[in-house]
Design a protein around this ligand. Structure first.
Ligand SMILES: [Zn+2]
Length: 260
């Protein structure tokens, strides 16, 4: 089974690699990466599905265009193979995890950037723009369209000071009366001010108003500052912990408190 999954990931990686070849070739020329469909750069013949199988088409056609016989650079096969191998390495390191998606996207962009840079000595703005705050914000806005939690922004004198999200606990087999503060973050400028205490109290009161009688909060075990804060507010470690992976493994522990 494990070998089967690995082969699957490798083949999917190579198919992506085949698409990255198109990106590497067309993005610097400001051509669409979707239209026209793949064709031989020399004779312009539109490639058929049998010409688009990563690596195999290249080897079986004798490393030449099947239609005009021009030699095909081994670079195309190399990019496919490299992408397949890197996808396989990422999958084996992080398995199915949010980190996997992050690293696959990052590796994909780096492969495209690297080969465009080799060919043209440029790194196209189109790719760099993927990393701008505006595009990152878009990812979060998409999440907010279908919220599973209530989100709050705390302001002090009209300046954003912190954010929080809360709802019924999403944990499996948790009774309906348990609410959870999923996230609460304050800008360091506001640490130790009454804004953090007010914001936190707001979350507790809001969950109480929603009818929950117990609240849980997960916190990184190393976040001593946050742990002290929750303890001062009457929360206690309830003995639950879990490992999370965001590139590295971290331990999270759960605090809870009855509020009725
Ligand atoms: Zn051709």
């Amino acid at each position: 089974m494990k070998i089967f999954i690995n082969m699957y990931v490798f083949v999917v990686g190579m198919i992506f690699g085949s698409f990255f070849n198109v990106c590497i070739f067309r993005i610097p020329k400001k051509q669409s990466i979707l239209n026209p469909p793949s064709h031989c750069p020399n004779c312009k013949t539109r490639l058929k599905p049998k010409d688009l199988v990563p690596i195999l088409s290249y080897l079986l056609s004798g490393k030449k265009c099947r239609y005009c016989n021009i030699k095909i650079s081994r670079r195309y096969a190399l990019v496919e193979l490299l992408t397949g191998i890197l996808f396989l390495l990422v999958y084996n390191k992080y398995l199915i995890d949010i980190a996997t998606i992050n690293f696959l996207v990052l590796i994909s962009l780096l492969i495209i950037i690297t080969f465009i840079d080799i060919d043209h000595y440029i790194i196209p703005d189109e790719i760099i723009r993927t990393f701008t705050p505006k595009n990152r914000a878009k990812i979060f806005l998409d999440v907010l369209k279908n919220p599973l939690e209530e989100y709050y922004l705390f302001k002090v004198d009209d300046r954003p000071a912190g954010i929080a999200s809360l709802a019924k606990s999403h944990e499996k087999n948790m009774p309906d009366y348990i609410g959870e503060i999923y996230s609460i973050y304050f800008h360091p400028d506001f640490w130790g001010t009454e804004a953090t205490q007010k914001g936190f109290q707001f979350c507790v009161n809001r969950l109480k108003d929603l009818g929950f009688s117990e609240i849980t909060i997960w916190v990184l075990n190393d976040n001593l500052r946050a742990k002290r804060f929750y303890e001062r507010n009457g929360f206690k470690l309830d003995g639950n912990s879990k490992e999370i992976k965001i590139g590295i493994k971290l331990l999270e522990v759960r605090y809870s408190k009855k509020i009725l």
